[in-house]
Design a protein around this ligand. Structure first.
Ligand SMILES: Nc1ncnc2c1ncn2[C@@H]1O[C@H](COP(=O)(O)OP(=O)(O)OP(=O)(O)O)[C@@H](O)[C@H]1O
Length: 286
């Protein structure tokens, strides 16, 4: 069996006004893993540490069993990174950027590069400086994906993409994990996309992981409930969203607090319903 694509242990990174961690996180190989979090939650900081942009203050990162300090070169030979902040403007035209990056990578897949060019609507002769924001994101994605890295780290890859490009991107990402058991870790504010396409998700809030696991399992175990009876707000597994008189609306993590136990705590006229990932995210991070 393959080792996990990523194992993060007790990772910490501190800035003057922000602290990330300690983070413990395992990303199995062969999955799309989605990282969500409000603005400023620390997603880019975390992805930067994983890709080796900057050094953590504490903790360890292992990519496919390799230590990020001792095996940095081996990790970077197998890991690609793309995000909205990368700029390829100085390379002039799209074709020149592609030829430059292709030269570093023996595994460059010409067929995949051509397919991505077509589905992203890019041409070799396009000037990078005059590409739209979405166009530059597409180029960054193409350059990261076409050499078929084992581990693809994408910081907000759907930023600026139209619906067609987003569809093409996710269809390629699904093929990457399905066909070759390679791994994709991406952050996004498009929670509906992640609910649909990510096998695993985690929620980062104020530098800490609030929730983590297989998407289907997380969605199954969290329910929105309405009940009567003023239960103490601190019951583990219960997040009160609103209270009006004796009537409460809350989120229940049924793994921690089965509904039967909620009833035995005094909840009456209990009604429960499934949540979307976006609703769960909003409830947990408000
Ligand atoms: N180099 C730095 N020096 C000081 N503070 C920083 C630095 N980089 C990031 N921060 C701070 O760390 C916090 C987390 O930023 P980060 O970019 O990781 O958040 P994010 O979750 O990616 O946010 P967004 O969704 O808005 O992109 C912010 O408060 C930011 O100001």
């Amino acid at each position: 069996m393959n080792p996990p694509a990523l194992v993060i242990t007790a990772l910490e990174k501190r800035y003057a006004r922000f602290a990330l961690g300690p983070i413990h996180l395992t990303v199995p190989s062969g999955v799309i893993y989605g990282l969500i979090g409000p603005n400023g939650a620390g997603k880019t900081t975390l992805l930067d540490q994983i890709f080796g942009i900057g050094m953590p203050d504490a903790g360890s990162i292992r990519v496919s069993g390799r230590d990020h300090r001792q095996d940095e070169v081996a990790i970077k030979q197998r890991t690609a990174y793309a995000g909205p902040d990368l700029s390829y403007v100085s390379w002039g035209k799209v074709g020149r950027a592609i030829r430059f990056v292709r030269g570093f990578h023996p595994g460059w897949d010409e067929g995949l590069a051509t397919r991505l060019m077509q589905s992203f609507g890019l041409s070799e002769g396009d000037r990078i400086a005059t590409l739209s924001f979405g166009g530059r994101m597409k180029l960054a994605l193409l350059l990261a994906m076409a050499w078929r890295p084992d581990f693809l780290v994408l910081d907000e890859p759907t930023t600026g993409l139209d619906a067609h490009a987003k569809k093409a991107l996710f269809s390629e990402l699904l093929a990457i994990v399905r066909d070759d058991a390679r791994t994709v870790l991406l952050s996004s504010h498009q929670i509906t996309d992640l609910e649909r396409f990510a096998d695993h998700v985690s929620v980062l809030h104020r530098g800490r992981l609030l929730l983590e696991g297989p998407t289907a399992e997380l969605m199954e175990r969290h329910l929105q409930v309405e009940y009567e009876g003023g239960l103490p707000i601190q019951i583990p597994g219960l997040t009160i969203l609103a209270q009006e008189g004796s009537r409460c609306r809350a989120i229940v993590d049924t793994q921690v607090l089965p509904l039967t136990r909620l009833v035995s705590h005094g909840a009456q006229n209990l009604r429960s319903q499934a949540l979307t990932l976006e609703e769960l995210f909003l409830a947990l991070t408000s």
